[in-house]
Design a protein around this ligand. Structure first.
Ligand code: ADP
Ligand code: MG
Length: 154
């Protein structure tokens, strides 16, 4: 069954806090046989990267999560986490044309149950994502207000 939760945030910090909260809520309770995948979608400036900054903090990552201008894929080691070893931040905004190399790499990352994988603009590589991926949709309401819809299967 698909479940849906809607959150409204009124500034960037609230979105970070939501990411931090959901990292603890979802990730820390899971131990699956597959990678745990988050598919983040919605417009530019919607708050995907902002959300992931809080999310990474919730996972105990000290490094800063950046909006990757040229980097499409970045790995962070998880030291505090029992069930997972790596957090991958992938941004598909700039992928186009010959993306075979990246797709092969992402497929491998998705196979490893020790990985947590968050993918911005995931719709662009939807065909290789697991059907049980947790979906986050970011909608711009006005300047500092965003609607964040979480969809997951139970
Ligand atoms: P995306 O990764 O979806 O393109 P970013 O997180 O990089 O979006 O950018 C979101 C921008 O919007 C940031 O400059 C952030 O400070 C601003 N912002 C304003 N209000 C919010 C909010 N409620 N949630 C997230 N970001 C917000
Ligand atoms: Mg981004």
């Amino acid at each position: 069954m698909e479940k849906k939760k809607i959150f409204i945030t009124k500034n960037a910090n609230q979105t970070k806090k939501l990411g931090e909260f959901l990292a603890r809520e979802i990730v820390l309770s899971k131990a699956e046989k597959k990678a745990l995948v988050f598919s983040l979608n919605g417009c530019l400036g919607g708050g995907k990267t902002t959300f992931l900054q809080g999310f990474a903090k919730g996972l105990g990552i000290k490094e800063k999560i950046l909006s990757p201008t040229f980097v499409i894929l970045k790995r962070f080691k998880l030291v505090k986490e029992k069930n997972y070893n790596n957090f991958y931040h992938i941004d598909c905004y700039r992928i186009q044309g010959s993306k075979e190399m990246l797709l092969l790499e992402v497929k491998d990352i998705l196979k490893d149950p020790k990985n947590i994988v968050a993918i911005e603009w995931a719709e662009r590589i939807k065909n290789i994502l697991p059907k049980e991926a947790i979906v986050l949709q970011f909608d711009f309401i006005k300047k500092d207000k965003r609607k964040i819809t979480l969809k997951y299967h139970v």
